[in-house]
Design a protein. Sequence first.
Length: 104
Amino acid sequence: MDEMEKNAFEGMEPDTIIFEDEDGNEYEFTVRDYFFYNGDEYALLTEVGQEADDQGEECIVCKVETVESEEGEEDEEFILVEDEELAEKLIEIANTRLAEDEEE
């Protein structure tokens, strides 16, 4: 992320995503980072109340797809990456990006 992008994001609230399981339980996640891999957009998320760091807090990776709402507006859909090997690779990439951003 270059200096211009960093300045654009300063002061903005992080994106919060709410997932609902088949039992109707809601889980709130914060988007830690958006990034591209092999032409697809992904997001690294942590459950609200947790911080992603080297202490082993759980992160999940979702593929981000743009969908059109019924009103004709573009919206983002977050799809859990279920392929464990791909998810591990994506988490590694995202954590590297976060570490590089902290160094700058």
